[in-house]
Design a protein around this ligand. Sequence first.
Ligand SMILES: Nc1nc2c(c(=O)[nH]1)N[C@H]1C(S)=C(S)[C@@H](COP(=O)(O)OP(=O)(O)OC[C@H]3O[C@@H](n4cnc5c(N)ncnc54)[C@H](O)[C@@H]3O)O[C@H]1N2
Ligand code: MOO
Length: 386
Amino acid sequence: MDERVRWDDARRLAYAAAPGPVLEWVPVAEAAGRTLAADLRAGIDVPHYPSSAMDGWAVAGAEPWILVDGGPLTPGSATGVATGGLIPGGTLGVLRHEYGAVRDGVLHRSPDAPDTEPGPGTHVRPVAREAQAGDVLLGAGTTLTPVALAVAVTGLHDTLPVARRPRVALLHTGDEVITSGTPGPGQVRDSLGVLLATLVTQLGGEIVSAATVPDDAGATRVALTGTDADLVLTTGGTGLSGVDLVRPALTALAAEPVVPRLATRPGGPALLARPPGGPLVVGLPGNPLAAVTAALLLAAPALAAMLGSGLAEPGRVRAGEAVAGRAGADLLLPCTLPPAVRGAVPTAWTGSGMLRGLVHADVLAVVPSVGAAVGDELDALPLPWR
Ligand SMILES: Nc1nc2c(c(=O)[nH]1)N[C@H]1C(S)=C(S)[C@@H](COP(=O)(O)OP(=O)(O)OC[C@H]3O[C@@H](n4cnc5c(N)ncnc54)[C@H](O)[C@@H]3O)O[C@H]1N2
Ligand code: MOO
C-alpha cells in the first residue's frame, strides 16, 4: 500500500489532527499578532451618538438660520458643529463651513453651495451606522492586526480572549549536527534550529524547548514524550538508515501515523504522528529545504488549528517556464514571480539540501508529476515570511 499522502491532503489531515485553541485573556495593548479565540461583539453602538462628518453648522428648517448656542434646534435656527461633534435634536442636516456665510448672527448658504446641501441627514453620521451594540465586530480566528485592535477598542474591549500560543518543542536528531564552531567532515551546523524557531514564532507558536538528541532509540523515545509541549517538531532521522530513529521511536510508542509520508519532493520522508496521550509529532527530514517544505505542509496547518484560525487556501500562479515533473510525486519548488515573466520561475537552488533559493523565493509552486508547460496554472503555497 502506498502510504504517501498528497500535499493538499496532508495539510487537511494535519489541520484536523491538531487540538483546537485554548483561550486566555490578554490586555489589548499586548494582543498584537495574536488570534481571537471567541467572537468579539460591540459593547456599544458604533458610532454611539449622531455626529457631524464636517466642520460647519447643524441647521433646522430652511434658510436663513439664526445662530444659536447649542440645541435642540427649532426650524430657522443653526448652531456651529465640528467634525465628530454631537448633532443636536431637531437638526435637518449639516451645512459645511465652505458653503455658509454668517452676517449679523444669521447664517446663509453661499452661492456655490450645492442645491442638495443641506438636505435631510447631510454630513450626519447616524448612530450604529457601522455596528449595533451586540453585533459581532471580529470573528473568532481573526488575527489581531493593528486595525483589528482598534476595532476592538472601539467596541469597548480592554482585554481580549485570544488563543494561547501553541507550545512547540524542537528536537534535533543526528550525531553529526553541531550547534557551534566549524563543522568537520561529516558534521553539519544546525541551521534548522534558528529557522524553525523563527518560523514557529511567526506562525503564532511559542518555542518552549530546543534540544539535540543523539542517534539512540531510547533517547529519541524519551525525548518525544518527555515534554508538555502541544507539538514536537523533530529534524532529521526520518530516513531508512540504521541511525534514522524517529520512525522506530514513534512505532515503539504506538503512535497513530496520521501522515506516514508525503508524496512530494522534497519532503517525502516527512511524517505526522500522534502518540497516545502525547503531543502531536511532526517529523521533518534533515535536508533543510525538505524540512521547510514539510513544516509548511504539516506544522503550519497544525498550528493554525491550535490557534483556531482557518486553513489558508493555497494561491495560484502560472508557470513562467516549462518544468519537468517527477514520477509519483509533486514537486514543491521555491519560485520567484518576476514581473517581466508574469509567472513563477524556479530559483537556481531547488535541491533538497539547499536553502539559498528560498531566501528570495516568493512562493513554493506545486508542479504535478506530469510537469508544467509555460502558462499552466499551478497551486502555490505562500511563504509566511514574505
Ligand atoms: N536510501 C535512501 N536514502 C534516502 C532516501 C530514500 O528514500 N532512500 N530519502 C532521501 C530523502 S528524500 C531525504 S529528505 C533524506 C531524509 O533524511 P533524514 O530525515 O533521515 O535526515 P538525516 O539523514 O538525519 O539528515 C539528512 C541531511 O540533513 C542534514 N541535517 C540534519 N539535521 C540538520 C540540521 N538540524 N541542520 C542542518 N542540516 C541538517 C544532515 O546533515 C544530512 O545532510 O534522506 C534521503 N536519503
Ligand atoms: O525530501 Mo528529500 O529532501 O526529497 O531529498
